[in-house]
Design a protein around this ligand. Structure first.
Ligand SMILES: Nc1ccn([C@@H]2O[C@H](COP(=O)(O)O)[C@@H](O)[C@H]2O)c(=O)n1
Ligand SMILES: C[C@@]1(CO)OP(=O)(O)OP(=O)(O)OC[C@H]1O
Length: 157
């Protein structure tokens, strides 16, 4: 059994939607990022990699590499999933927290849960997605960006 944690932040910038867990959510801003900026998937990738001591997403997909420019973060997630399977592990469960004042995540949680479960070939009840504000404190409170935390438990296959 292995446990991993991941954390990521992206700033808001010009745009009309953000992508979270491969779901496009309408917003007054987009994410500033090299890839599609899917902060939730990036945190999950780091949790999976961390659980197997395989480094972090930036080591596997360097922002200096043009191949990952505007890349769909599902590419990163599938690769990280394959790596942990090659180490002999499967996902027991994932639990995530999105930290932002805006946009409201609750209406999209079920869609995100189902999408991530499909991508990772899990039951939706193995993918916890939660959201919280920081009570208007800090960069998330000032609506400058969003943070995501993820924890995963891996089980030996
Ligand atoms: N961006 C967000 C932040 C929070 N929520 C939901 O609002 C509820 C209350 O949040 P607190 O900051 O008071 O913990 C909570 O149930 C969150 O799910 C949201 O939808 N989007
Ligand atoms: C995902 C990568 C891909 O180049 O870039 P960004 O989209 O900027 O996201 P970040 O969370 O900074 O992770 C680093 C990179 O691996």
């Amino acid at each position: 059994m292995r446990i991993g944690t991941g954390f990521d932040v992206h700033a808001f910038g010009p745009g009309r939607y953000i992508t979270l867990g491969n779901v496009q959510i309408p917003h007054d801003f987009g994410f500033v990022a090299h890839s599609d900026g899917d902060v939730l998937i990036h945190a999950i990738c780091d949790a999976l990699l961390g659980a197997c001591a395989l480094g972090d997403i930036g080591q596997h997909f360097p922002p200096s590499d043009d191949r990952w420019k505007d890349c769909d973060s599902v590419v990163f997630l599938k690769h990280c999933h394959q790596l942990i399977q090659q180490q002999g592990y499967q996902i027991g469960n994932i639990d995530c927290t999105l930290i932002a004042e805006q946009p409201k995540i609750k209406p999209h949680i079920q869609t995100i849960q189902t999408r991530l479960a499909d991508i990772l070939e899990l039951n939706p009840n193995q993918v916890g997605i939660k959201a919280t504000t920081t009570e208007q404190l800090g960069f998330t409170g000032r609506k400058e960006g969003m943070a995501a935390q993820a924890v995963c438990l891996l089980l030996k296959m």
